[in-house]
Design a protein around this ligand. Structure first.
Ligand SMILES: [Zn+2]
Length: 343
């Protein structure tokens, strides 16, 4: 049994189709999928969801609520801290199951604790010296090169992350024609990955997901931290696109009383997530950008399974009946590879 887990960053589930993602479509039609998509954890940012993919736990357990983590005195990038507790990489190592990870966004190595894999790329979790996308993350073609140079597909468990769709959704908006054209290119890279895994196909389960969707940016510049200081309220604020996370802040009713706040969700006893109207960005934003995420509106994930292994049917049945959550995948992988992931 080999498990390949692929994340296509920010791929909107509505573009999974024969037209825009023919390779992904073929995997889904021969295996299965969740037509309504999977469900992200909150916030709907890249790092909390990747930490949930590899731990099988919510942010309240692995500690990564937004891309940066409050360390008591400042927010620092979550790749410097990593997820609390067990991960699928650690569980694989304990079980003597080989694992490998190749990621377009180099920070994901730290975010997922992927340095516990037998092989990871970029091995130091720093920006590699390869062709990059517009946001200076490894281009999809560089990811494919690394799949080759690391022999990723020889591992029992391999993790692959393609970054480009997130970059283009931010730049052009999730529904723009430019975005869809680039999504088709990322899908071609997925097709190449599948082609290269064909020698072991009968033994393979491939899972393809996205971490979040995106929404069209309408307005930006709402400064919640400034509102707190004007009103003399406690709490620190981390802006994350169309949401913000408040640490040790006012209670939910107080937050909901602000005109700009449309919704609030308590994540744990210290963290509360707030969001505004559709497409409203917390904090400053770059004027030429058109897509963002963070609020529950962008919580739909892609959820596709395929491969030639007989177990594919079981998983396909499961996700076609009930929308999977980001925390479910680690437990499916745990079962498939007979690991002992700890909760
Ligand atoms: Zn993003």
């Amino acid at each position: 049994m080999r498990v390949i887990f692929v994340v296509i960053d920010a791929l909107p589930n509505r573009w999974v189709s024969e037209k825009w993602t023919p390779n992904l479509w073929e995997i889904a039609m021969n295996g299965g999928w969740s037509p309504k998509g999977g469900r992200a954890v909150l916030s709907t940012a890249t790092y909390p969801n990747h930490a949930s993919f590899v731990t099988g736990r919510d942010p309240s357990s692995h500690g990564i609520f937004v891309n940066r983590v409050w360390n008591g005195s400042e927010f620092i990038i979550s790749s410097q801290i990593g997820p609390k507790g067990d991960t699928i990489f650690k569980a694989a190592k304990r079980a003597g199951v080989s694992s490998a990870a190749v990621v377009g966004d180099h920070n994901l190595i730290g975010v997922m604790g992927a340095d516990h894999a037998d092989v990871c790329w970029p091995h130091d979790g720093k920006r590699p010296d390869v062709p990059l996308d517009e946001f200076r993350y490894a281009a999809d073609t560089s990811v494919l090169d690394a799949v080759d140079s690391t022999d990723l597909l020889e591992a029992d468990f391999s993790f692959v992350h393609f970054n480009e769709p997130d970059t283009v959704c931010h730049m052009f908006g999730p529904d723009a024609m430019e975005t869809r054209e680039r999504i088709r290119k990322t899908d071609a890279s997925l097709g190449t990955l599948v082609e290269r895994s064909k020698p072991h196909w009968e033994d393979t389960v491939i899972i393809v997901v996205s971490d979040h969707d995106q929404e069209e940016v309408v307005e930006y510049g709402y400064d919640l931290a400034d509102v707190f200081s004007q009103k003399g309220l406690p709490g620190v604020v981390e802006n994350e696109g169309t949401c913000a996370v408040v640490v040790d802040g006012p209670d939910r009713n107080t937050l909901m009383s602000f005109d700009e706040i449309e919704g609030a969700s308590i994540l744990d006893d210290r963290h509360t997530l707030v969001w505004g109207k559709s497409g409203h960005i917390f904090g400053p934003w770059l004027e030429d950008f058109h897509g963002s995420h963070g609020s529950p509106r962008t919580s739909t994930q892609v959820a596709v399974v395929g491969g030639g292994h007989p177990k594919v049917n079981e998983l396909a049945n499961l996700i076609s009946k009930e929308r999977p959550s980001a925390v479910d995948w680690a437990w499916h992988i745990n079962g498939l590879l007979e690991l002992s992931l700890e909760n």
